[in-house]
Design a protein around this ligand. Structure first.
Ligand SMILES: Nc1ncnc2c1ncn2[C@@H]1O[C@H](COP(=O)(O)OP(=O)(O)O)[C@@H](O)[C@H]1O
Ligand SMILES: [Mg+2]
Length: 336
């Protein structure tokens, strides 16, 4: 018997120098510019950890989610799942083995769930598609899933439209868990929800992670939410990973000015010396600035920032950033 190659030391997912270029939605028929949704992004998702992914709208978070879940094939670069190159696997293996190992939760549960199917049908569907268990076992699994996400049994017969937003997102979470994945990718899972139920859904995700030993990629434009949940944080700016590290490092001792600006923009318990206000929107991903993409909004930028994307600096213990003029190490370290 040949067991699938699985080096347990390998991270669950490893992205190696990923580029994703889309054809621009606008532009003429003949001249369609490229949208640089991701540029040279390398990241690891380790077993059992929550990796938080943060950045403003348009920075490439959803594209990265699609790459991690195998929904988007990168233009360049490799995606490894437990050491195996995802896009060199036979398509059938990619669907069955990898597809069952990764669950996805999208932002808006009202569009992610088929409005014509009952909750039990929605939860059964992945079990049917992957031929998991007998009819009776599938029925039992549906009950178990409802229980897992804290939905009462009577919701089984309901249509998504008969549920509240929070309940619908619980259904979406249950569906993502149906095949017992090792990884959940949650792309802004609370952004479309009422403020009053957001904390419940976040707590459910944290609770599920510890009960099921899942790894999770948690995506949000809100750095405060990410720092509350994540073990490690990666900060994306205009398709680039500009800083990454343990959550305490990135949120308490950030070195990249963009991270600092994100932290400063949202209220937190931390006292920050001055509030940094970012002016204007994220520049176009069709024509990203040369050198450091953040330089057009950065208060520290000078000519040195315009030439090449800054090389990686390593603060040890997995803390890395790309900046010519990083925040000083000393004046933020006390906050951890
Ligand atoms: N299918 C697509 N076609 C063209 N451009 C796209 C497509 N998907 C995303 N983009 C562009 O890629 C960039 C990154 O988008 P996205 O990954 O959705 O960012 P985020 O989730 O951080 O808001 C944006 O400029 C967006 O407009
Ligand atoms: Mg998005």
């Amino acid at each position: 018997m040949t067991a699938p190659k699985d080096t347990t030391m390998e991270p669950l997912v490893r992205l190696d120098h990923i580029h994703v270029r889309h054809k621009a939605r606008s532009g003429g028929l003949l001249r369609r510019d490229a949208v640089h949704a991701l540029t040279d992004a390398s990241l690891e998702v380790r077993r059992g950890e929550i990796l938080g992914l943060v950045g403003e709208s348009g920075c490439g978070k959803s594209t990265l989610a699609r790459v991690v879940t195998g929904l988007q094939r990168p233009t360049e670069g490799e995606v490894y799942f437990k050491g195996q190159d995802l896009w060199r696997m036979p398509a059938a293996e990619r669907r069955t083995r990898f597809g069952a190992s990764v669950g996805v939760i999208f932002q808006d549960p009202s569009t992610a769930l088929n409005p014509r199917l009952s909750v039990s049908r929605i939860l059964r569907d992945p079990l049917d598609v992957h031929g998991r268990g007998t009819q009776a076992e599938r029925a039992r699994r549906v009950e178990e899933l409802l229980d897992l996400v804290g939905l009462p049994g009577h919701t089984m017969g309901a249509l998504p439209g008969q549920l509240s937003g929070g309940q619908r997102q619980r259904v979406a979470i249950a569906r993502a868990l149906a095949l017992e994945p090792e990884l959940i990718v949650a792309d802004e899972p609370t952004s479309a929800l009422d403020v009053s139920v957001r904390a419940q859904i976040l707590n459910l995700l944290v609770d599920l992670r510890s009960r099921l030993g899942l790894a999770m990629v948690f995506i949000s434009h809100d750095v405060q939410t990410v720092r509350y949940l994540a073990d490690r944080i990666a900060v994306l700016y205009l398709g680039r990973v500009v800083e990454e590290g343990r959550a305490a490092q990135v949120s308490g001792a950030s070195r990249h000015p963009y991270t600092e600006a994100l932290l400063s923009a949202t209220p937190s318990l931390l006292e920050r010396p001055e509030r940094i206000v970012l002016h204007g929107p994220v520049p176009s991903a069709t024509n990203p600035p040369s050198g450091c993409p953040f330089r057009t909004r950065c208060w520290k930028a000078d000519d040195a920032c315009a030439t090449v994307f800054p090389a990686v600096s390593d603060g040890g213990d997995g803390h890395r950033w790309h900046c010519v003029h990083p925040q000083p190490a000393a004046d933020t370290a006390a906050a951890v």
